[in-house]
Design a binder for this molecule. Structure first.
Ligand SMILES: [Zn+2]
Ligand SMILES: [Zn+2]
Length: 283
């Protein structure tokens, strides 16, 4: 029996599993891509995933990282990789060292500090690109980018042997393209993400939208979270095919969140939306 009952969303062949409630716990994993965004309380289902990408230091997003590393060791799996904003490296190492002393066993870990603009390699052709968010000191989000090569249009009519011949001559026949598969914003207040093309074009956007009611705008402001009115404005400037909402508040019932989403967003945008914690069917 797994430790958590996680939500499951399937988009084409890609599975997204997780749990995300504001102030309680946030963990969102894409097992096929071998990434887990934030770690929450380290549910059993994410222990085999090799890359944990932390967005910021708040406990509801990070509490389980030492347990994740230790469980992998216990189960005989290679050391896990924790990618985190550079300013969190010191406290992360201190926690691992303290837990190693507490436990009496060294906890193996790969800890990677990143800053906006960096890319961390996940697989040979898969990278996590880091971008800044506005939430806490050094907070970041991640886009998972597949890097492919595409044949230059001037060579598209050539036969296989002709292409081989050009390659032998050392001629560059293709050019690199980036395909943004999924973007995870983590916790953030409104930022004009339309300035980053790979976020605009990311097939899947996983975004926090914490607050929905008019009287919660101050709470959104104080906690540096998004309110539906800002989120609606953001979505109008993006082109994502699928939008998954995380980090919803428990102050507003799910049925009310649906009603407000439907009322605030265009029908086209509303139809792209799924809520990670939604256990009711909206359609
Ligand atoms: Zn949070
Ligand atoms: Zn936070």
């Amino acid at each position: 029996m797994p430790s958590h009952n996680l939500a499951h969303i399937k988009i084409d062949d890609l599975e997204i599993i997780g749990y995300s409630v504001a102030g309680e716990e946030t963990v969102v994993a894409l097992p096929q891509l071998d990434v887990c965004f934030d770690i929450g309380k380290a549910p059993d289902q994410v222990i085999p995933i090799n890359h944990v990408l932390l967005t910021h230091g708040h406990m509801d997003h990070t509490a389980g990282f030492a347990y994740y590393l230790s469980q992998r060791n216990f189960c005989g799996i290679s050391a896990g990789t924790i990618v985190a904003p550079k300013n969190l490296l010191k406290p992360i190492r201190e926690i691992i060292n303290s837990f190693s002393r507490l436990d009496g066993n060294e906890i193996p870990a790969n800890i990677v500090g990143v800053k906006p603009g960096n890319e961390h390699q996940i697989k040979p052709n898969l990278f996590a690109r880091v971008f800044p968010t506005k939430h806490s000191s050094g907070s970041v989000g991640y886009s998972i980018i597949e890097k492919r090569k595409k044949l230059k249009p001037e060579y598209s009519s050539l036969t296989g042997p002709q292409i081989v011949e050009l390659k032998k001559q050392g001629i560059e026949i293709d050019y690199p393209i980036d395909i943004p598969i999924a973007t995870y914003l983590g916790d953030t207040q409104y930022v004009d993400f339309s300035q980053l093309k790979y976020i605009v074009e990311s097939k899947i956007l996983i975004a926090e939208c914490t607050f929905y009611e008019d009287e919660h705008t101050d709470r959104a402001e104080a906690g540096k979270h998004m309110h539906i009115n800002e989120f609606a404005q953001l979505l109008e400037s993006l082109q994502n095919e699928h939008i998954i909402i995380t980090h919803t508040t428990q102050r507003t019932p799910m049925s009310e969140i649906h009603r407000i989403l439907r009322q605030t967003l265009s029908p086209e945008t509303f139809n792209k939306i799924r809520i990670l914690m939604d256990r009711t069917s909206k359609r």
